[in-house]
Design a protein. Structure first.
Length: 129
């Protein structure tokens, strides 16, 4: 009886040791940035919607209009660039789609009239830089 009991105990431990562990499948990280013919596109995970997009100079600097989108694909903001520097108009929206603020840059500095709005679309202030 004691021998049968010991065989059962040893068998139980041996069975536990022989259980295969589930193999984890290694996945390649998702490539979320694409650059083709100087056009930069960055995607949200799952690649259903674009996060950022715009042109690059041959040196890799931002050029022209750069757009930022929400995870649902709605335009949230844009800023104009010249050779990697903010130059020109910029506009930022609230998540509800209404304008938050807009204005203009010159060599990365805010210049001129900048207009801000509350979330209901009412002007809250004007800033002169």
């Amino acid at each position: 009886m004691r021998t049968l009991f010991l065989i059962a105990i040893v068998g139980a431990f041996t069975a536990c040791e022989q259980t295969e562990k589930p193999k984890t499948v290694s996945q390649k990280p998702e490539k979320l940035v694409e650059i083709k013919d100087g056009h930069y596109t960055e995607w949200y995970p799952g690649k259903k919607h674009i996060k950022y997009e715009g042109q690059l100079t041959d040196e890799g600097n931002r050029e022209g209009r750069w757009n930022f989108y929400s995870e649902k694909g709605n335009l949230q903001s844009f800023t104009m660039y010249v050779d990697g520097h903010k130059n020109g108009h910029s506009l930022v929206k609230y998540p509800n789609g209404k304008v938050h603020y807009y204005g203009e840059y010159a060599n990365d500095q805010m210049v001129g009239l900048w207009v801000n709005y509350d979330q209901n679309g009412h002007k809250t202030e004007k800033v002169y830089e």
